[in-house]
Write a protein that binds this ligand. Structure first.
Ligand SMILES: [Zn+2]
Ligand SMILES: [Zn+2]
Length: 311
């Protein structure tokens, strides 16, 4: 590898005019000082954080980026739609960039390496900057062959707008007694806290995996990158905190490899497989789980096979 390959790429700064909507989304929840907020609004906020985090990790990440389980074509669309209610751009955009991250993890071509580009760039700079706006359909050709997914990817704001309208109507009914109060503080407070605040917290929950999960925590496996495991981030992100495990064996649908590594997304995926919505969940082979690095895994596999033969 020569010096030129290792040199960081030139990453352009965000064009403020184009990113104004993203900045405004962060400020919108503050308008609740005028509407107030009810207990119901806070419950919706918590629910929508957990609900949508599940579809981000179980959908965008473990299904579309890594194909760690199988499902039907109609449920695949449901997964994509639900994941997109998070307002984190289109499903093919998300998964294609993530595949790119694994291919080039912590090298100059990594879209969001904290080691190379620093905390702010890896956290949010690459999202608001102009360099990663397009979807690379070649990288995600296995899903780009479905026209309904391409449509959803292009019209990525349809799911979050539908969710926002539904949340406002439900808030108007619960807080004010009628859905016709959507444009009064009864509905708007649910929109501000239930929808917008949870969307912003969700952004930073997801972004933290891209930034600090390659910095803080322990490294069980020698992956050749900076990926780490952290129980705290695993709890906040429903299993994504076992990021070193995940970089070591990315095709598994579970990221907590041991029983004590809490991975709520994995439990929910398991439950979905029991009712037949998804199937063929990929696990972690024993020789991978108990190895230190890829070479050691090969040795362990041979050892286990020899023991099996002699038994
Ligand atoms: Zn991944
Ligand atoms: Zn990573």
């Amino acid at each position: 590898m020569n010096q030129q390959v290792l040199a960081p790429e030139i990453r352009r700064k965000p064009i403020l005019k184009q990113e104004i909507a993203f900045a405004i989304v962060h400020l919108i929840p503050l308008a609740a000082v005028w509407t107030g907020a009810t207990l119901f609004d806070w419950i919706v906020c918590a629910f929508l954080y957990v609900f949508r985090m599940f579809w981000i990790t179980g959908g965008y990440h473990r299904y579309f980026a890594h194909k760690s389980y199988k499902t039907s074509r109609w449920f695949q669309f449901v997964i994509a739609f639900m994941a997109q209610t998070s307002a984190q751009k289109g499903v093919l955009w998300w998964a294609a960039h993530h595949r790119h991250h694994h291919r080039h993890s912590d090298t100059p071509q990594d879209p969001h390496s904290m080691k190379i580009y620093g905390f702010w760039y890896s956290h949010v700079g690459w999202i608001v900057g102009p360099d990663f706006k397009e979807t690379d359909y070649k990288v995600i050709g296995d899903y780009a062959k479905y026209p309904e997914l391409v449509w959803l990817n292009k019209h990525y704001l349809v799911p979050p707008v539908m969710l926002a309208v539904a949340v406002t109507a439900i808030g108007a009914y619960v807080n004010g007694g009628s859905v016709f109060l959507m444009f009064t503080s009864a509905g708007l407070s649910t929109l501000l806290i239930g929808f917008f605040l949870s969307t912003v917290i969700l952004y930073h929950g997801t972004f933290s995996i891209n930034s600090i999960m390659h910095k803080f925590g322990n490294q069980r496996y020698e992956t050749g990158d900076e990926s780490r495991n952290s129980v705290w981030l695993a709890l906040l992100t429903m299993g994504e905190g076992w990021h070193n495990n995940h970089h070591y064996y990315e095709t598994a649908s579970r990221q907590g490899f041991f029983w004590w590594e809490i991975d709520i997304t994995w439990y929910m995926l398991k439950a979905m497989s029991w009712v037949g919505l998804i199937h063929d969940l990929k696990g972690v082979p024993k020789h991978v789980k108990f190895s230190k690095n890829k070479g050691h895994a090969v040795e362990l596999r041979k050892e286990y096979e020899a023991v099996k033969k002699s038994a």
